[in-house]
Design a protein around this ligand. Structure first.
Ligand code: GDP
Length: 195
């Protein structure tokens, strides 16, 4: 199913450009967390998410269509110095507005580099998801960079750190080059995007 994902459009004005119908799952992550790589592996494509890194699109929501009913939405990471205050403000507002108002949004995938989990960016996303009652699924990316034992103990630590949250997020290990965790990610998407 996910291999059918195709770039639809990128926009800041999502409410105008993409009808709030069907089902969406959003992908979030700090820059360099491995979000594009995860999106590519999950959709079995080589460069789908490169589209998200096209200059001009890095501050927009990027919509990928799986079929007429289902979409994946790339929410570019913000917080990097390159863009100025006003652009960043605008982007942040759009992102929060999307999470707040989007009725077809079924949940959020948050990518965190397993070597630096729970950054300030991540904590803010987790807080927003809690605030807007959005199911959250966390991928600890680049799991291949750690020995399996270390990766596993980080997974447990992150689960523990989030255990007190009202809508307890699910957490998994992921590695793009090793294709680790792809089935698990698909299972969550299947559940959220089921009609
Ligand atoms: P994005 O900015 O979040 O979209 O991050 P990218 O997907 O572009 O990845 C950032 C860097 O991390 C790139 O150099 C990737 O090759 C590398 N990377 C991403 N995922 C993995 C992974 O699972 N394992 C390893 N070893 N490297 C990864």
């Amino acid at each position: 199913l996910y291999h059918r994902a195709r770039f639809l459009l990128s926009t800041l004005n999502f409410a105008r450009d993409v009808p709030d119908k069907g089902f969406e799952v959003a992908f979030a992550g700090r820059s360099n967390a491995g979000k594009s790589s995860a999106l590519n592996v999950i959709t079995h494509q080589k460069s789908l998410a490169r589209t998200s890194k096209t200059p001009g699109r890095t501050q927009q929501l990027v919509f990928f269509e799986i079929d007429a009913e289902r979409r994946l939405v790339d929410l570019p990471g913000y917080g990097y110095a390159k863009v100025g205050g006003e652009t960043q403000q605008r982007w942040r507002r759009a992102l929060e507005e999307y999470l707040r108002s989007r009725r077809c949004l079924r949940g959020v995938f948050l990518m965190m580099d397993i070597r630096h989990p729970l950054t300030e960016f991540d904590r803010r996303m987790i807080e927003w998801c809690g605030y807007y009652d959005l199911p959250l699924h966390i991928l600890l990316t680049k799991a291949d960079k750690l020995k399996y034992g270390r990766a596993k103990s980080t997974l447990l630590q992150v689960e523990k750190a989030l255990a007190e949250l009202p809508l307890q997020p699910s957490v998994q290990l992921f590695s793009a080059p090793k294709r680790m965790g792809v089935d698990e990610a698909h299972a969550v998407l299947d559940r959220w995007l089921a009609t």
